[in-house]
Design a protein around this ligand. Structure first.
Ligand code: FAD
Ligand code: DLZ
Ligand code: SF4
Length: 508
């Protein structure tokens, strides 16, 4: 009579709530590389290689800590292809009375798991996913007490509750938000440090070979894989960030630079989302850098806001609004995703740069995801279902709990404004202000209509006209509509025509 713990590929931490109460002498841990999880969307090859390698390394860690682990690799003779079938098979071979697991990060898997207890006739115990600081009930209690949800207020409560960057009940530096100091373009001549990279060990090499054979038709390149695959390596990435980048993180967090994918970002989302790092230790490291005067408050607060604010907020938001969040389409957007989202072959340099980096690294930084690719998807009216699938596929840090709120809520306004108070829409001048992409582009960012005009310019004003009835009354968009009312009606009409022609030709 024993307990089986099913550990998912993104729960790679010895402190996982599902592991800590096991009796190592008689209970078992099951981990499995399965077809259903690896291909429910055609994940980027790097994402699969990263998770399989990290899973195999973590299996060794578990064994070193005296857990009894059954690890089913992809080519194992007993691989049954899905987590359910793997659990069923294990139960048929052993006397298992109870299955324990920490809540998975995706609704589809959670709904499936809820049916297992009856089907397998065993007890099922689902513990909280303790890779987060706010529990789901923390979020839903906070959300149910409000008419309007805004990350900023959630974040302030998290700062107070967890006492990050607080002194005598007040935020350090006298304000909650230093965003005003955090919008600088990267000056010419400044070269960001190289990202921390690791040689591929034998486990990673084996996994890459497997991925190239089994997932040939999946998106992306995998040969230059250089990511951390163990907790020790992930801690090194974190440490290098704190020492080499955090100081400049704030001021350049919105900057974009030709051929520079990494800039001053932390590059830890892969590891946080797979359990190799936990949010508390990351926040403590950043806070310590502030107290040791190694990083200024605008950088440290900006970083803390991402982890303690946005990351926790979107995860709570996901569970609060599922399953409807997945089908929301407030703007009735229907345009199919253009091919250049896969190839990067477009004369729009900002898009080409962002897609090609995504293909090569399974990574793009926040502003590329939000203000280039996301902004385009919003303005061109791309179908939320296709856009969500694309984001879930292409980034190695993508799981539905984080991808869906960012896409349907933050970029597409598909949730009708539950997450964001207004659409994150911008014309080419924003891209020109924050990057050097436009200097290398076929299009002219200063032109609003005609063959050479930057598509973001007419798409922006086309969007504003198309959705005027929806957004005119939004106080945060009033200024834009006042500007629009003073614009030349003929020019506006040309921009609407150009928008329609551009969208029509997108998939021609
Ligand atoms: P940094 O810029 O160094 O930020 C530090 C950390 O803050 C990140 O590692 C991440 O854990 C957290 N963070 C920052 N912004 C967000 C956010 N909006 N939501 C949740 N966490 C955040 N992040 C993912 O982890 N997975 C995704 O699938 C994902 N999809 C996104 C889709 C869109 C459309 C947008 C706009 C953002 C998305 N993000 C996603 C958030 C963000 O872009 C990435 O977390 C970030 O680029 C990862 O790189 P980094 O670790 O260098 O981040
Ligand atoms: C993303 C992923 C992939 C590619 N493969 C596996 C796998 O083979 N086995 C596994 O346990 N988990 C995998 N995962 C992570 C799961 O999809 C993840 O646990 C759910 O999406 C919930 O977040
Ligand atoms: Fe992008 Fe327009 Fe600038 Fe070209 S000109 S890089 S399309 S914003």
């Amino acid at each position: 009579m024993s307990t089986l713990c099913l550990l998912f590929g993104d729960q790679l931490n010895l402190n996982m709530s599902s592991l800590v109460n096991l009796n190592k002498a008689k209970d078992h841990v099951l981990m499995a590389e399965v077809r259903t999880e690896a291909s429910y969307v055609k994940h980027h090859k790097i994402k699969i290689a990263f998770l399989f390698s990290a899973m195999r390394h973590f299996k060794n860690t578990l064994k070193a800590h005296n857990y009894q682990v059954s690890y089913i690799d992809y080519a194992h003779k007993d691989n049954k292809g899905s987590l359910y079938e793997q659990v069923r098979f294990f139960c048929s071979q052993h006397k298992i009375t109870k299955l324990v697991l920490a809540k998975p990060g995706e609704y589809r898997l959670f709904e499936d798991i809820k049916t297992w207890s009856q089907k397998l006739n065993i007890d099922l115990e689902i513990s909280d996913d303790n890779r987060f600081l706010a529990s789901e009930s923390d979020f839903s209690n906070w959300a149910s007490a409000r008419k309007q949800l805004r990350m900023e207020y959630f974040y302030r409560e998290m700062r107070q509750k967890h006492q990050y960057l607080m002194e005598n009940g007040k935020p350090i530096g006298g304000k909650w938000n230093f965003d005003g100091e955090n919008r600088q373009k990267l000056p010419k001549g400044i070269k960001p440090p190289k990202p921390t990279s690791f040689d591929q060990d034998q486990i990673t090499k084996d996994v890459i070979k497997l991925v190239k054979n089994e997932f040939k038709d999946h998106f992306g390149d995998v040969d230059n894989f250089h990511y951390a695959v163990t907790r020790e390596q992930a801690l090194q990435v974190l440490n290098d960030f704190i020492e080499q980048r955090l100081e400049n993180f704030g001021r350049y967090q919105d900057a974009m630079v030709q051929d520079e994918p990494w800039l001053y970002h932390s590059h830890i989302s892969f590891y946080l989302n797979a359990g190799l790092l936990l949010p508390d230790e990351v926040l403590q490291a950043a806070q310590a850098a502030f107290y040791e005067q190694n990083a200024p408050i605008n950088s440290v607060e900006g970083f803390v806001r991402q982890i303690l604010g946005w990351r926790e907020y979107v995860r709570g938001f996901y569970w609060h609004f599922m399953p409807t969040l997945k089908t929301d389409n407030y703007l009735d957007a229907k345009v199919p995703l253009p091919d250049f989202f896969w190839s990067g072959d477009t004369q729009m340099n900002c898009i080409s740069q962002s897609v090609k980096q995504t293909k090569e690294h399974a990574y793009a930084h926040h502003i590329q995801r939000l203000m280039i690719l996301g902004n385009f998807a919003l303005l061109a009216g791309l179908d939320p279902k296709e856009v969500n699938e694309w984001y879930l596929i292409v980034y190695a840090d993508a799981y539905e709990w984080v991808e869906l709120p960012n896409v349907s809520g933050m970029i597409l306004f598909a949730d009708g404004g539950q997450l964001a108070s207004k659409p994150y829409a911008a014309s080419g001048s924003y891209v020109n202000k924050m990057s050097n992409y436009c200097a290398n582009c076929h299009y002219n960012v200063k032109e609003k209509t005609g063959a050479q005009a930057c598509p973001f310019n007419y798409l922006y004003w086309g969007f504003m006209q198309t959705h005027q009835h929806r957004f005119e009354g939004n106080p945060r968009m009033g200024m834009m509509y006042r500007t629009m009312s003073k614009m030349d009606p003929t020019q506006l009409s040309h921009m609407l025509d150009d928008t329609q022609i551009f969208i029509k030709n997108l998939n021609a």
